[in-house]
Design a protein around this ligand. Structure first.
Ligand SMILES: [Zn+2]
Ligand SMILES: [Zn+2]
Ligand SMILES: [Zn+2]
Length: 454
C-alpha cells in the first residue's frame, strides 16, 4: 500500500542515513529512500524542500534568519494551533517587584522585567525572582488510590507509613494528613471524600487511574477546587482559584491533538479519543451535576488547559505565564510539593527583557525541540537558538555535543514501546488490549507534554 510519509518521518530517515553517509548526494539519497521504503510516495522535489527546510544539505544555505515562514513546511503549518489558544488577563494578579505582564501580538501573554526599571539598573544573575505554591495542589494519579484509606496525605499526597503523632486523622472518614498544616490547607477533602457525592468522585478517580489519564484528573480536581472555593464562606478564603483558572491559557484538546504525528498515521485514533473524552465527560458530569456542569467544549478546553500549563502535574499561576525559549532567561525549580516553585534569573536581566523558560529538553537538537513544541504547544519555535541551529550548525560544530548524539531520539515512542510490550504479554482480549493501547498512546502524549528539566 502506498503512503505519503510525513515530513517528520522523512527527516528521521535522512538523519539516520546521514550518520553513516554524511556526503550522500540528493539523487543517491532519493534512490536509497525508494529502495528502503518502497511504499513511500516522495518526489525528489519534496525531498529537496524538506532537506532545505531542515538545513540538512551540505551546500551552503542561502537562507537568512528572516525567512522564518519559509522554514515552516506546509505540513507543519497545518498543525500550528497556538493562534487558537485563548488567554485572558487576570485582574488582580499579584506580581513580584520589577516584573510585569505584557500582551503582544507575536508573543501573546508573557512576563517581562518592568519597563520602569532604570536603564542603569539590572537584575543580577542568580536573583530569586519569586517563589509560589501551586494554584491547586493535585495528587498524582499514581497516589490517588492511597488517599481515601489514609495511606497518603489527603492534601500533599505524601505517603504515610508510620503512625507518627504528627499525622492528623479525619474524624469522619479514614483520610489522614501528614501535618496539621496540610489538614488546614485541604479545603477539598470534605467535599470529595464525604457526603452525598463521594461515590461520584471515586468514579472520577477510578476512570482517571484505569485510563492512566492524568490530564483528566488534573482538570476534574482543579474544577472541583475552583467550584468549592467559590462557595467557601470562610472569611479567610481569598476566592482566587476561579480567577486564576480563568486566566490560564486554554486550547481545546481536540484541536491540540491533531498536532500529534500519530494522529495522522492512525485512522482510528481520532475516533478512540472521542470515545475516551465522551466517557470522561459523562463521569465528570455525574459529580458536577449538583454544582455547575461544564459544557463539553469547556471540558475539552479544560483538558487542553492543564496539558499546556501543568508543570510536573501541578499548575503554578505566575510560572504558567512564562513563554518558551530554547535559550531561557529564567530557571524554574520545584522546591517541594507544598512549597511550590522557585524562579531564578539565569542571566543578568534588564528593563523590558522577557522572562522565558523552556518547555522541552534543551539537550535535544533543533528538529526534536521544534517537533515537541509543535505537538505540545502548537507553535514553530523561531527563537535565536533554533534559527542558528537550523542554518547549518546542526552538523557544523564539533564543540556542540548535543547535535549528533541526540539527533531525533524519540522518548515518546520509546515509552510507548515499553508499554506495548507489557500489553503484549496479556493473553486474552486482544481487541480490547489493542484499543487500550491506542488510548494509552493518547495518554502518553498528554503525560509527556511537560518535559521541563528541573
Ligand atoms: Zn501533607
Ligand atoms: Zn474525611
Ligand atoms: Zn527554539
Amino acid at each position: 500500500m502506498e503512503k505519503n510519509p510525513t515530513e517528520y518521518e522523512v527527516v528521521q530517515f535522512v538523519l539516520d542515513i546521514k550518520k553513516s553517509e554524511p556526503e550522500l548526494g540528493i539523487a543517491k539519497l532519493h534512490a536509497r529512500i525508494k529502495s528502503e521504503e518502497p511504499t513511500w510516495v516522495l518526489s525528489i522535489n519534496r525531498l529537496k524542500a524538506i532537506l532545505r527546510s531542515h538545513s540538512l544539505k551540505h551546500t551552503s544555505s542561502t537562507a537568512t534568519s528572516n525567512d522564518d515562514d519559509a522554514t515552516i513546511a506546509e505540513e507543519f503549518r497545518d498543525r500550528l494551533y497556538v493562534s487558537q489558544t485563548v488567554s485572558s488577563p487576570i485582574a488582580d494578579l499579584s506580581l513580584p517587584p520589577a516584573i510585569e505582564v505584557f500582551n503582544s501580538q507575536s508573543r501573546g501573554k508573557g512576563l517581562q522585567v518592568s519597563s520602569k526599571l532604570p536603564k542603569t539598573e539590572s537584575i543580577p544573575e542568580g536573583t530569586v525572582l519569586w517563589t509560589e505554591p501551586a494554584l491547586v495542589l493535585i495528587p498524582p494519579i499514581s497516589l490517588v488510590g492511597l488517599i481515601p484509606t489514609g495511606k497518603a496525605c489527603s492534601y500533599c499526597s505524601r505517603p504515610l507509613v508510620s503512625m507518627s503523632s504528627l499525622i492528623a486523622s479525619c474524624s469522619t472518614c479514614s483520610g489522614r494528613w501528614c501535618s496539621s498544616r496540610c489538614r488546614k490547607m485541604d479545603k477539598l477533602h470534605k467535599h470529595i471524600r464525604h457526603g452525598k457525592y463521594t461515590s461520584e468522585w471515586s468514579a472520577i478517580e477510578q476512570f482517571a487511574v484505569e485510563n492512566e489519564w492524568s490530564a483528566f484528573y488534573q482538570y476534574a480536581y482543579t474544577l472541583a477546587a475552583a467550584t468549592f472555593d467559590d462557595q467557601d464562606e470562610d472569611p479567610s478564603s481569598k476566592h482566587t482559584i476561579r480567577e486564576g483558572v480563568d486566566g490560564l491559557a486554554k486550547i481545546r484538546q481536540d484541536i491540540r491533538q491533531k498536532a500529534d504525528p500519530q494522529y495522522e498515521k492512525d485512522l482510528f485514533l481520532g475516533e478512540q479519543l472521542e470515545i475516551l473524552w465522551q466517557e470522561g465527560y459523562k463521569v465528570l458530569c455525574k459529580f458536577f451535576s449538583h454544582l455547575s456542569t461544564p459544557s463539553y467544549e469547556e471540558y475539552l478546553s479544560g483538558i487542553g488547559m492543564v496539558n499546556i500549563n501543568n508543570l510536573d502535574g501541578s499548575i503554578y499561576l505566575l510560572q504558567s505565564h512564562l513563554n518558551h525559549s530554547c535559550e531561557p532567561s529564567v530557571d524554574v525549580k520545584i522546591v517541594g510539593r507544598t512549597a511550590g516553585v522557585k524562579i531564578t534569573a539565569k542571566r543578568q536581566l534588564r528593563a523590558d527583557e522577557e522572562l522565558t523558560t523552556t518547555y522541552v529538553d534543551l539537550k535535544k537538537d533543533v528538529t526534536f525541540r521544534r517537533q515537541k513544541l509543535l505537538e505540545g504547544w502548537g507553535f514553530w519555535c523561531t527563537c535565536p537558538r533554533c534559527m542558528r541551529e537550523q542554518h547549518g550548525k546542526l552538523y557544523a560544530s564539533p564543540t556542540e555535543p548535543s547535535s549528533k548524539d541526540n539527533v531525533c531520539t524519540k522518548p515518546t515512542a520509546d515509552a510507548d514501546g515499553s508499554k506495548k510490550k507489557k500489553k503484549a504479554k496479556g493473553k486474552s482480549k486482544k481487541k480490547i488490549s489493542e484499543s487500550v493501547r491506542v488510548r494509552k498512546k493518547s495518554v502518553t502524549f498528554d503525560d509527556n507534554v511537560v518535559q521541563i528539566e528541573i
